[in-house]
Write a protein that binds this ligand. Structure first.
Ligand code: FAD
Ligand code: FES
Length: 349
């Protein structure tokens, strides 16, 4: 059974295909909504049903509470229309014209940069390039039809090879393969680019805080390299708004690409880097910041009223950052953008 969906305030009209979620319909019809995990875990696709009925689908109950449901909210990546609908949400024009492709790629390089982190470089066929926005991700397509999401860590201008930062999740079907059997020249298939974690204003006027935990650094690296490449304006001068990266890991060995970050610090006066260790080891001889990474931001800023925050990594970190920054530091809710690294195990095509 098909239904009509009207989006407010844009007044765009979508026609569903049987069994599609609201997000699937929108993406198929070329309308870009905010989304991340596509399995009901991150909450980024949450929007309002103004009229009509939906089946809410399978989702994490912490992500959509009963109170929110009663207030008309739904997760558009899980909700299926049961009638014609009127919904309310923001559309993102930036990704409207970017084609989502399914492509093969050859493993070009495997670099173990931390005990649990492999940088996987992927080479596309000679006649192919992947157009994407810094911060987006791809889905690796597994043989059994499942898929696993990984952020692109290279910037769009530097697209000779695609770079992924893969954490070794114990028991993980794909990541264990990366750390054990994957070889140079292996062929993978992927779909992308996906997601809406990217700078909303190309060159915003407010200071930006980037908050990463673990391999959540990957899309932030892509965004920062893109900003540095752009150089901030017609006059070719560096973009002047402050860009601060807080990167939280457990111990020193989990920080990687530190030479690259040191180079950014040297070359860009407006960039600063604050590594934060939650479980520093005695051999780390660490004199830097410790504790949870989002708490370091709370310690450093009395207010975040005129800031934007881009947070990426573990669900716990992103959730705590959103709650504390908006409640305790007056960060505007629409100034917080995130990608949440939820397990992709339940993602179906
Ligand atoms: C939009 C998006 C972008 C992502 N980008 C990256 C990235 O750039 N780098 C990266 O390392 N990861 C990233 N992830 C997370 C990654 O996709 C998942 O962790 C994925 O499930 C790993 O695949 P797997 O086959 O190894 O593990 P699976 O087979 O999916 O999971 C097996 C078991 O491993 C454990 N596990 C797997 N993933 C996690 C997790 N994230 N947290 C806690 N336990 C877990 C669980 O116990 C799970 O039951 C991203 C996720 C999303 C949604
Ligand atoms: S909950 Fe819908 S995209 Fe994550």
């Amino acid at each position: 059974m098909t239904h009509k969906i009207i989006i407010k305030p844009s007044e765009h009209v979508l026609n569903t295909l049987s069994g599609e979620t609201i997000l699937q319909t929108a993406l198929r019809e070329g309308i870009s909504l905010s989304y991340g995990c596509r399995n009901g875990s991150c909450g980024i696709c949450k929007g309002k049903i103004l009229a009509g009925e939906v089946g809410y689908g399978r989702y994490d109950e912490e992500t959509l509470t009963d109170e929110e449901k009663q207030a008309g909210m739904a997760l558009f990546c899980c909700a299926e229309p049961l009638s014609d609908l009127i919904i309310e949400c923001h559309e993102i024009s930036a990704i409207k014209d970017i084609e989502i492709k399914t492509l093969p790629a050859r493993v070009e390089k495997l670099e173990r940069v931390a005990p649990d982190v492999m940088i996987v470089s992927l080479k596309l066929p000679a006649n192919q390039r992947l157009q994407f926005i810094a911060g987006q991700y791809i889905d690796i397509l597994l043989k059994d039809g499942e898929r696993r999401s990984f952020s692109l860590a290279n910037a769009p201008h530097d697209d000779e090879v695609l770079q992924l930062h893969v954490r070794n999740y114990p028991g993980g079907v794909f990541t264990e393969q990366v750390f054990t059997t994957m070889k140079i020249k292996d062929i993978l298939r992927f779909e992308g680019p996906l997601g809406s974690f990217f700078l909303r204003d190309t060159l915003p006027d407010v200071p930006i805080i980037f908050l990463a935990s673990g391999t959540g650094f990957a899309p932030i690296k892509s965004i920062l390299e893109h900003v540095f490449y752009q150089k901030g304006g017609k006059d070719g001068q560096d973009h002047l708004c402050a860009l601060t990266l807080y990167w939280g890991v457990r111990n020193k060995a989990e920080l990687y690409l530190l030479d690259l970050i040191a180079q950014w610090q040297q070359q860009h006066k407006n960039f600063s880097f604050i590594p934060v260790l939650s479980d520093a080891l005695p051999e780390d001889v660490w004199t830097g910041r410790t504790g949870f990474v989002h708490e370091a931001v709370l310690q450093d800023y009395a207010t975040l009223e005129n800031h934007q925050v881009y947070a990426c990594g573990s669900p716990v970190m992103v959730k705590a950052a959103y709650q504390d920054f908006t409640a305790l530091r007056n960060l505007p809710k629409d100034g917080f953008f995130s990608d949440v690294f939820t397990p992709s195990i339940s993602n179906k095509p």
